[in-house]
Design a binder for this molecule. Sequence first.
Ligand code: PLP
Length: 402
Amino acid sequence: MAGICSGFGHLWTHISCTTPHVTFDIDPFYVMEVVAAAQEREQSGEAVFHLEVGQPSTGAPQGALDVAHEMLDSDTLGYTTSRGIPSFAPAIAGHIASQYDVEVDPARIAITQGASGGFVLSLLAAFEPGARVAVSTPGYPCYRNMLTALHMEPVAIDVDASTRYQPTVELLEAAGPLDGVIVASPSNPTGTVLHPDELRAMVEWCDANDVRFISDEIYHGLTYGDIETATATQFSDNAIVINSFSKYFSMTGWRVGWAVLPEELTGIFDRLAQNLVICPPALGQHMAVAALDCRDELEGHLARYAANRQILLDGLPTAGLTDLAPSDGAFYVWARTDHLAADSKLLAAQWLDQLGVAATPGVDFHPTDGHRFMRFSFCGTPETMKGAVDALHKWFLRSVSG
Ligand SMILES: Cc1ncc(COP(=O)(O)O)c(C=O)c1O
């Protein structure tokens, strides 16, 4: 196995930096290393089935692109205020009203550089250094890495199939004193969704215990079947809600997102934004407002993801991958792989090397148990999904017969 993984084994690193003045220790985002290894393979002329990245294979919707062309020809596209172009917050308030039937004062809606920018500003606005903030494990790795970089303490809440890989009030209660909680529904990497009642219970528990609830709603709009989603804004004005144009709206590189803030945090959030980022890219801001009206095209992407998801749910079991988290939303399938290989990093390297299948080993999402899992992203094309499951199926048959 060690020989097999030589393809990108050397890329797995852990960065630790110590200077006389600063010590920080932060994990890399391993998926980027799979991406690099997959690109290396493609550059050498070999095909790759890309199931590693959580990035739509489509670009911005046409209505947003049309606006971009117009703006490039007619506007200087300089700085905007840190709150963005005047139409942004009212447009997002309209979006929230239409999706969840809840009214939000546009004064509570801040524009951000994607969800990532929204997280950094929200964490700085809401917490002091040393704050204890609960994050689900497995979960999106940047939460814990951002908290660490900001000298806050990520408190791991271990979640598993018994709670559909989501935290519960009981798990929060068992975590010791907390200042905050970050919850993602639909979740990355598992795709699981909190029922509105469960979300409400956690938001209300946080309010009662003076814990700041942060709801990452970046995968809202991407659910399959009869899955109900709610926004934390429906249950409390104290919750911070983070969202983005990167996923449903298919605009990763334009770097626009938003945060719904408790009124008491708007002032500090604005001052942090003015000083740290000034504003998100002006062109992306105009495109984002236009993208809100492109639902027909975006619902077409959703239909493709639904078909891709079915290809994986039908096909992965034929490759021996039978223990799959319920993929309610987002565009991921989280699969247990430890019966096939002890270390999913080595398995991922083997699949890339032998089959051209790029998937993300679970170590990004679960520092201690991730070697037992793999994440498959299904936001590519149906042909990619079919090619990948076919290759994995044949590989599995060869490995059981050999
Ligand atoms: C759960 C989750 N939150 C936040 C982000 C960051 O997204 P953005 O591109 O909006 O910064 C991602 C990106 O994959 C994600 O999966």
